[in-house]
Design a protein around this ligand. Structure first.
Ligand code: ATP
Ligand code: MG
Length: 585
């Protein structure tokens, strides 16, 4: 196909939208791939649609390769289906809801575990019909609170969601491993640098869950990985387990007057106590009950992780009224010794460790407060923000951390959904068996943005070959002979089997065309200009920026070596006559 820019629905922009915070958002809009319709809702223009289709094709091919069967379920799902599994509440405001003319309520599906379970329950009667892997490529809806970052986080977006159904644990293992391997092939073909990390199973339940994270500054996830042993996890799933050395023979507890030191920073500055020796106590309400959480003073509590540990209990911060009702809780000077609330602590607050902490009276701290001697911990949980250098839970070496975007998520769900819907099939022994499920999602529209994030440079987009909207971008830098040669080049490249984007727009300077070619990011650029009369073109590599002036036939042989002696040579043979190439079109 030759796409002529003179007729293509495309408008490149010099300036990025004012609210665009990420590189992919700025560039995909500027290069004319997507246009915003409303908050978090996007239209895909021809170039963008081609990239999205290329991503989709790769995902589809790899799903077919593991025996996935493509189906299509409705986006519109009766609300009661999500009520049955409790996910109507779990998703809450994230759900887009629709009421029909008869008053029946529907959800625009954010993901389709329920609908697939019901479908398989309907169709599959016997264990003989399992295992099965079904998937769809579909538009999903989530009323995201902050739909920023362009198509990276849309309220309407494209997802491939797959579901496996098996009668045995081994079967589920196999389906999970097949998907994991397929996702690795997909990431490689998409040209995405990625990490497979352990994820929290969360309220979904289930036994195993991993995310495919693509490192990128725009990412909203953080992951930790270990350079020594290869351990990798979403920081929400990192659990600290290493032993902490106890203090040797700490002296008796003593109180210390420390006025105006309600924060760790003030205490450190005024009393010279290192933050790591301070036991900081955060008060929260767990299902309404005031609870203290003790962590070392140099660490921050990760409220998400804390909530994850305590789920399904609701975790809230304490308020000024709560303090007013409990004069024994002295704001800024709370210590666990003699405290009359449940006490949760970080594993670093290990038995035998000695701390400086609040003395439970205003303006006073206590030193040599020893865990196990002076206070007890009701429950240990790791709820601090992971920091670079923290010990790897597997081998103890220092962890690294980084930001990333979640591109895919694979999940062993077990029987959570088949239990809710009694989705039994007939077993080999004539008794009913309840299938085990896995679910496997990948964000297709998000993948487009993530590829852009990872590959773009200061000149624009820079697509890997398999996802690019064209193989080669032909630019006429000048009129007359340059235009003729550009046209010949486009035709010959097209005949050699390449997808060609031809800049034949009228009345634009060569400079504008070059800048647009770099912005659009097709891997190879062929410029017909200065030496057009000699039928010499400039071949540019978009990624490396390398340029070379070579005869058109050589450029053809380089760009389409697969076309081999056949078409490329034939084109080369004819290249003395522009008419013969164009004429045989
Ligand atoms: P996130 O944590 O980023 O909100 P999630 O964990 O809720 O994502 P899943 O339910 O695991 O997402 O969905 C499967 C995949 O769908 C994700 O891995 C991601 O690639 C994609 N996805 C999820 N939400 C969005 C969105 N709002 N816009 C684009 N893609 C999305
Ligand atoms: Mg996820």
């Amino acid at each position: 196909m030759i796409q002529r820019m003179s007729t293509l629905l495309l408008r490149t922009l010099r300036d990025a939208p004012a609210d665009a915070e990420t590189a992919s958002h700025r560039l995909l809009v500027r290069a004319g791939y997507v246009r915003r319709t409303s908050a978090g809702v996007w239209s895909w223009l021809p170039l963008g649609k081609q990239v999205l289709d290329n991503v989709t094709r790769i995902v589809r091919e790899e799903m077919e390769a593991i025996g996935g069967q493509e189906v299509q379920l409705p986006a519109l799902v009766p609300r009661e289906v999500y009520e049955a599994t409790g996910r109507a509440d779990e998703y809450g405001d994230l759900l887009f809801q629709v009421t029909d003319r008869k008053g029946a309520r529907h959800v625009l599906g954010p993901t389709h575990e329920e609908a697939f379970t019901l479908l398989v329950r309907d169709v599959v009667a016997s264990y003989r019909d399992l295992p099965v892997i079904v998937y769809q490529i579909q538009t999903k809806y989530r009323d995201e609170a902050r739909p920023r970052s362009g198509v990276l986080r849309g309220r309407e977006f494209q997802m491939k969601d797959a579901y496996s159904f098996d009668t045995t644990e081994e079967g589920l293992d196999t389906a999970y491993r097949l998907h994991r391997a397929a996702y690795q092939r997909i990431m490689a073909r998409l040209g995405l640098d990625h990490r497979i990390v352990a994820a929290v199973s969360g309220a979904m339940g289930g036994s195993a869950s991993e995310e495919f994270l693509a490192p990128a500054a725009a990412g909203e996830d953080t992951f930790a990985d270990c350079p020594a042993c290869g351990y990798a996890a979403n920081t929400e799933a990192v659990s600290f387990t290493a032993a902490v050395p106890a203090a040797d023979a700490p002296g008796p507890t003593a109180e210390l007057e420390t006025p105006g030191t309600a924060t760790v920073g003030e205490l450190t500055a005024r009393a010279g106590v290192p933050a790591s020796a301070v036991l900081k106590n955060l008060l929260v309400k767990v299902d309404g009950q005031i609870t203290a959480v003790g962590v070392p003073g140099d660490r921050e509590v990760d409220l998400g992780k804390l909530a994850e540990h305590l789920a399904p209990a609701a975790v809230e911060m304490v308020t000024a009224e709560d303090f007013a009702a409990r004069p024994d809780l002295v704001r800024g000077y709370v210590g666990p010794q003699g405290l009359d609330v449940p006490y949760l602590a970080d594993p670093r607050v290990a038995p035998g460790t000695s701390w400086t902490t609040g003395a439970n009276r205003p303006g006073w701290h206590a030193v040599n407060v020893v865990c196990g001697r002076d206070f007890a911990v009701d429950r240990y949980l790791d709820a601090v923000v992971v920091e670079p250098g923290d010990p790897c839970p597997r081998c103890g070496a220092g962890l690294r951390t980084g930001r990333a975007v979640e591109v895919g998520h694979i999940f062993k769900l077990g029987r959570r959904y088949t239990d809710v819907f009694d989705a039994d099939v007939l077993g080999a022994d004539g008794r009913p068996v309840r299938p085990l499920m896995g679910c496997y999602g990948i964000g297709l529209s998000r993948a487009v943005a993530v590829i852009a994030e990872q590959t773009a440079d200061d000149r624009g987009l820079c697509w890997p070959a398999e996802v690019a909207p064209a193989d080669v971008h032909v630019v006429a830098a000048g009129r007359g002979a340059a235009e003729g040669l550009a046209d010949d080049a486009a035709t010959a490249l097209h005949r050699a089997g390449l997808r060609v984007l031809l800049d034949d727009r009228a009345g634009l300077s060569a400079g504008v065309r070059f800048a647009d070619a770099e912005l659009i990011g097709v891997p190879a650029i062929v410029v017909a200009g200065r030496r057009a009369a000699e039928r010499v073109v400039e071949l540019r590599d978009r990624r490396t920026g390398e340029r070379e002036e070579i005869p058109l036939h050589e450029a053809l042989a380089r760009l389409a070596p697969g076309a081999g002696a056949g078409s490329a040579e034939a084109a080369a043979g004819k290249e003395g006559s522009a008419e013969s190439v164009v004429g045989s079109r």
